[in-house]
Design a protein around this ligand. Structure first.
Ligand code: G3D
Ligand code: MG
Length: 173
């Protein structure tokens, strides 16, 4: 058995569903009312991507509020990859995505990012077009795009497995 340790960032605007996604992944739990994240929290989870490969994920949640921007450096230091979340029910803004790409790549300009379009369960309220998502994915050279629901759990495990595998496959670069 081989063991690896990856620090992974969970980034994106406030309200996109970062804390909900993490809670769903860690505890298979979804709370409709939860406290706004203060500063940075992290979670640990073990993941086996192959029978003989164990990965310890250290997952960093991020408050995303403006007055915590001095924490960005500590947040990104040592990270091997990121999930960048957006909310499918909010009007898409490329500049907002760019802001988060710049933050997570502050110390490593080729940091792998998986683009997460969350709240796919809110079918009637979706405002973001696939072209907008695909455009941003290409512009910012993100690895792939997944539509998730932190509420139903759709694609939640897959999101974390995908970033873990991408990092694993790049680990000797
Ligand atoms: P953040 O950590 O990115 O700031 P949160 O976002 O996880 O706090 O989520 C913000 C709000 O969106 C929460 O609602 C949460 O329940 C909701 N939410 C998160 N993910 C999903 C999802 O996939 N589907 C649906 N339907 N709702 C989601 P409140 O009402 O507590 O603000
Ligand atoms: Mg939060």
């Amino acid at each position: 058995m081989k063991n690896y340790f990856f620090k992974i960032l969970v980034a994106g605007p406030g309200g996109a569903g970062k804390t909900s996604l993490l809670r769903q992944y860690i505890k298979n739990k979804f709370n409709d009312s939860q406290l706004m994240t203060i500063g940075v929290d992290f979670y640990l989870k073990e993941l086996q991507i192959d029978p003989d490969i164990n990965i310890s994920l250290q997952l960093w949640d991020f408050g995303g509020q403006k007055h915590f921007q001095d924490l960005h450096k500590q947040y990104v230091d040592g990270a091997k990859g990121a999930l960048l979340l957006i909310d499918l029910t909010r009007v898409f803004q490329t500049e907002k995505v760019k802001k988060w790409v710049d933050i997570v790549r502050m110390k490593k300009d080729d940091l792998p990012i998986v683009f997460i379009a969350n709240k796919v369960d809110l079918e009637d309220k979706i405002k973001v077009k696939d072209e907008e998502l695909n455009g941003a994915m290409q512009e910012f050279k993100m690895e792939t795009l997944l539509k998730t629901s932190a509420k139903t759990g759709e694609n939640v495990d897959k999101a974390f497995e995908t970033i873990a595998k991408v990092i694993y496959n790049h680990k000797n670069d």
